[in-house]
Ligand binder design. Structure first.
Ligand code: BGC
Length: 737
């Protein structure tokens, strides 16, 4: 008996040992990823390889079933996890376990200027994706805000390349700490929705390298993003999804990107270009269901049967497919095949609270004459909340970032919850905008229809405003077509639905008037002199109303600042002043490097609200600005220090900005450019010293003749500001060599 047990144990041991010995390299965690990739690749047939480089459903692509290599499952992005869709339709699939936390739009995140919150955002979103078994998040979006008409600006981070780069890096790191890839989009030059599927962008190299590429470069080199999405538009006559210049020369060549290049959905147009110009994964080419095309429409993708045929016929070799599959396997090993990655979590109170914190810090106080805000029960009892956006769900709509949120607190709900019995809150509609509330089968469930005449609706609101102590008007844009929405651009800078008239009437009816602008874009404010208080509210997600209420009642001291300039009128914006938006087959970025505040400053056009601007319920004093040296060499760093004191009565946070001005250069340069910022929390009366390091990179421009970054010796200024306009001090220094 004992002998039998021993024999069995010995057999088992030798079986385990041989199993261990025969564990293929690609499954062996102890081996380096690169050798695992080569091992997996060597086991794959050409059919298996081709299957990996194109979609198999709306949001997934094949793994290698025979080898146990999992499929890749993507999800939008970038503000929450998109609901499950049907296999080959945009329509939601009607699952009941996929209602997510909607995080604030990326415009709101960027307006926090808080790198820690960007990391928290990425980490929380990555956890949601991980739980829902998605290994790639289609986001973040980091295209530069060129025109306030771009319908997708709300998904991006503003007009400044440095700020966008600083904010995107922690987001990516946060997402990827879950073993979920970020897929940074849309690379590159996708700065408008009009003609997005074919417009050829003409941009000079300086603007390309100094304005439109730096955030992508930061995402690749500092954020180490595992995936990147090609844009729809063309550059140099080639579609961005198979564009040699962008993907081979710059992304892989100059920046050393080792991740997967994913096409935007329907962004691929040519098999050979896709083979040779650096694309790895094709998605969304035929998107109207399995009815169009042959038995399996996915076989007809540019990188499916047509590719296989070219390889089989010998017309195309296997070098390119091997390289694509390597990049995709790398994505798999970093995500689905990482046995140690966390499990994620979904729809949790922690995520909702993370979203609320980001929303609260992103809200920007643009005007507060006479300290109308915060509302206090010592001065105000009856509050009138007016406006469609006080009740409209904003997480549904807007294109691919549309969500099925677990819940969404509207501004009216948030204000009522916070007001409790301390205040009396009444509501009037004020105007009717867009009563619809459905996107791809996700319904907001609200009935916003109101058939009364506009004059009647306005009269009711004015009446309420007159009989109240304060008015909170919540208006702005929404996620409908031609507003803040994918697929088309806005038609004008002005507010839609005659809101200007409503605002003017309400502001005349009640002097304690607050305009809360819900938007991802600048809007015109022709009535600004009559309106004492303005809050920039953004699209704030699940906890939207609570976040807005916390600022309105002063539980939170606003500390967001603008990431793009608000022009007074459309022609004050560079793209429109140069009459180069949106073009037709082509669009030429005639303003070159002078985008956003760079244009306003060069042309001396005062914006309505400048880049970097935002008020607080407290005040800050700047002092003791100094540098550690007056001269620096290009190997050295120069340190600038400044003291900032909270000189008011409430705790608050200030965003201190460092701009650099090149006083004399051989090529034209903006008057100044953002090169550093710190957000500092200060208790009332507290003072802290902030420190900024300046290196040669911060002084450089892109020399298009030499095709390299150049820091020209000469005089510079380090400028400390509370915004791009509100300058607190300057220090001159010299770069000696
Ligand atoms: C958008 C992408 C999105 C993709 C998938 C495209 O239309 O441009 O941003 O990730 O659809 O939904």
């Amino acid at each position: 008996m004992i002998k039998a047990v021993f024999t069995a144990a010995a057999v088992l041991l030798s079986y385990c040992a041989s199993a261990q010995k025969s564990l293929p390299v690609y499954l062996d965690d102890s081996k380096l990823i690169e050798s695992r990739i080569e091992d997996a690749l060597s086991r794959m047939t050409v059919e298996e390889k081709v299957a990996m480089v194109h979609a198999q459903s709306k949001f997934s692509s094949a793994g290698v079933p025979r080898l146990g290599i999992p499929e890749n499952w993507m999800t939008d992005g970038p503000h929450g996890i998109r609901p499950e869709v049907m296999w080959d339709e945009w329509q939601q699939a009607g699952w009941t376990n996929d209602s997510c936390i909607a995080f604030p739009a990326l415009t709101a995140l960027a307006a926090t200027w808080n790198r820690d919150l960007s990391r928290l955002y990425g980490k929380s979103l990555g956890e949601e994706a991980r739980y829902r078994n998605k290994n790639v998040i289609l986001g973040p979006g980091i295209n530069i805000y060129r025109s306030p008409l771009n319908g997708r600006n709300f998904e991006y981070m503003g007009e400044d390349p440095f700020l966008t780069g600083e904010m995107v890096v922690p987001y990516i790191q946060g997402v990827q700490s879950n073993g979920v890839a970020a897929c940074v989009k849309h690379f590159a030059l996708n700065n408008q929705e009009t003609h997005r599927h074919g417009v050829n962008v003409i941009v000079d190299d300086r603007a390309l390298y100094e304005i439109y590429l730096p955030a992508f470069k930061a995402a690749v080199q500092k954020g180490k993003t595992w995936a990147i999405m090609g844009a729809y538009n063309k550059y140099k006559g080639l579609y961005a999804c198979h564009n040699n210049f962008l993907l081979q020369d710059i992304l892989r060549g100059e920046w050393g990107f080792d991740g997967a290049v994913v096409a935007d959905w329907g962004g691929v147009h040519d098999t050979k270009e896709s083979i040779f110009n650096g694309l790895d994964m094709e998605f969304g080419t035929w998107t109207d269901g399995l009815s169009w095309g042959q038995s399996n429409a996915y076989d007809n993708y540019y990188l499916a049967a047509p590719y296989l045929k070219l390889i089989k016929s010998g017309e195309v070799g296997t070098k390119e497919i091997d390289q694509k599959v390597r990049n995709i396997l790398r994505l798999c090993f970093r995500t689905t095949m990482d046995r140690n990655r966390p499990w994620g979590s979904f729809g949790s109170p922690e995520h909702a609270q993370a979203g609320r914190k980001i929303a609260q810090e992103g809200i920007v106080l643009l005007k507060n004459t006479g300290n109308v805000l915060p509302l206090s029960s010592a001065k105000v009892k009856k509050i009138a909340v007016i406006g469609e956006n006080a009740i409209k769900m904003m997480t549904v709509g807007g294109g691919s970032s549309s969500l099925k949120a677990k819940y969404e607190i509207s501004p009216l709900q948030g204000i009522k919850l916070r007001a409790g019995s301390e205040f009396e809150v009444s509501y009037a509609r004020g105007y009717v905008g867009d009563a619809s509330g459905e996107y791809n089968g996700v319904k907001s469930g609200q009935n916003l229809k109101d058939d009364r005449r506009a004059s009647e609706i306005l009269a009711e609101a004015v009446q309420l405003a007159k009989s109240s102590d304060a008015v909170i008007f919540v208006g702005g844009l929404n996620k409908s077509d031609f507003q803040d929405s994918e697929g088309n651009d806005r038609k004008e800078l002005g507010l839609p639905y005659d809101q200007d008239k409503v605002i003017a009437a309400l502001a005349a009816a009640n002097k304690n008037f607050v305009f809360v602008n819900i938007s991802g874009n600048a809007v015109a404010m022709p009535w600004i002199k009559q309106v004492p208080a303005v809050l920039q509210g953004w699209f704030l997600g699940t906890e939207s109303g609570n976040a807005i209420a916390s600022v309105i009642f002063g539980d939170v001291n606003p500390s967001g600042k603008l990431t793009f300039s608000f022009p007074v009128k459309l022609s004050d914006n560079a793209a429109h002043a140069t009459n180069s938006f949106p073009g037709t087959d082509e669009v030429e970025y005639k303003e070159s490097i002078f985008v956003g505040y760079r244009w306003h400053e060069k042309e001396k056009i005062k914006p309505l609200f400048p880049f970097g601007f935002g008020l607080s319920y407290t005040t800050f004093e700047y002092s003791a600005l100094k540098a550690d040296k007056q001269k620096m060499t290009s190997d050295e760093k120069l340190t600038v220090k400044v003291d900032v004191k909270n000189s008011g009565k409430v705790d608050g946070a200030e965003i201190v900005q460092l701009y650099i001005s090149d006083l004399k250069s051989s090529l034209p340069r903006p008057l100044k450019e953002l090169k550093g910022f710190e957000k500092v929390f200060l208790k009332a009366g507290e003072k802290k010293t902030l420190s900024f390091e300046i290196s040669k990179e911060d002084l450089s421009f892109f020399d298009d003749k030499k095709h390299q970054w150049v820091a020209e010796p000469g005089d510079f200024e380090a400028i400390i500001g509370a915004s791009s306009e509100d300058i607190k001090g300057k220090i001159k220094f010299t770069l000696t060599q």
